[in-house]
Write a protein that binds this ligand. Structure first.
Ligand code: CP
Length: 306
């Protein structure tokens, strides 16, 4: 396939064939990751900068590791030690990086649209590592890869996404990706956190949660963001856990062979019972490894298209 996108800004920009192409390439990298020593030289001589204005473990470290596995050099830009602290604005910060001739900028920002803004004037590749409540494309791709490897296919499946849909870029990107590939998606959670607008990206809203998760292949739990409780979206974390958390009792209500997924970080004991995180039907750990494979595929594809 001839790759025509300079940047990865959202799943919404990709066609079904482009998503499948990235999944195929990432599947090969996922197999490669089980071997040692792990070292490729595909992208030797290229430089990647991780520019994260929000905390991250999985995304930031896996982009760093993916780049290094492909032979790239990596700079982790520390916003707390940078001239951002002296009041330098976003535009001047990235223009400065641009003059240092970096090749790829991986950016996470609390405001939706920042990666699109950068793509408008920067000459190098921009990868969106999560922008506000808009998109988290590599998360959706890694989730699709995890599902594909588990079920041996990535269409015709049913997925329930549970939790804070309103503020979740993960839910938006995943809904878009799943529906583009011909899967059905239901969403559920507290009524205050499930907006009607999610239907625009192909999801069906089902209340209560117990009904939404019946007869699905994947139960996908979202992280509850603690600050939401303070904003009054639900009464207390204990109540959230009791009514929307996935417990052993919930599992017993379900029939069929479903799997449990979560983008991380997990609030053990809130959205999911701690003892279920590492069970055989949980893919939460495998999602992390698939994340590394996906980020290798994305970097290899974007730079390979130059
Ligand atoms: N899922 C996810 O984006 O995790 P991090 O915030 O740790 O990167």
């Amino acid at each position: 396939m001839e790759w025509t996108h300079k940047h990865l800004l959202g799943i919404s920009d990709l066609t079904r064939d482009e998503i499948c192409y990235l999944l195929e390439k990432a599947n090969d990298f996922r197999t490669f990751l089980d071997k040692s020593p792990k070292y490729l030289t595909n992208l030797r001589g290229y430089f990647l900068v991780n520019l994260f204005f929000e905390p991250s473990t999985r995304t930031r470290v896996s982009f760093e590791m993916a780049a290094k596995l492909l032979g790239m050099e990596v700079i982790n830009f520390s916003t707390s030690l940078s001239s951002v602290q002296k009041g330098e604005n976003l535009r001047d910060t990235v223009l400065t990086l641009s003059q240092m001739k970096v090749d790829v900028l991986v950016v996470r920002h609390r405001e939706s649209g920042v990666p699109l803004y950068f793509a408008g004037f920067l000459p190098f590749h921009i990868v969106n590592a999560g922008d506000g409540i808009r998109e988290h494309p590599t998360q959706a791709l890694l989730d699709l890869l995890t599902i594909k490897r588990k079920f041996g296919k990535i269409s015709g499946l049913s997925v329930a996404i549970i939790g804070d849909i309103l503020h979740s870029r993960v839910a938006r990107s995943l809904c878009i990706g799943l529906t583009k590939l011909g899967n059905s998606v239901v969403v559920s959670g507290p009524v205050t956190l499930v907006p009607r607008s999610i239907e625009e990206v192909g999801a069906k809203i089902v209340f209560p949660v117990e009904e939404a998760i019946q007869e699905v292949d994947v139960v996908y739990l979202l992280r509850i963001q603690r600050e939401r409780q303070e904003a009054g979206y639900f009464p207390s974390l204990r109540e959230y856990s009791a009514f929307y958390g996935f417990s052993e009792e919930t599992r017993k209500l379900l029939q069929g062979n479903f799997v449990l997924m979560h983008p991380g970080p997990v609030n053990r004991g809130i959205e999911v019972a701690s003892e279920l995180v590492e069970t055989p039907f949980s893919l939460i750990q495998e999602q992390v490894t698939c994340g590394l494979a996906i980020r290798m595929a994305v970097l290899d594809t974007l730079i390979g298209s130059d």
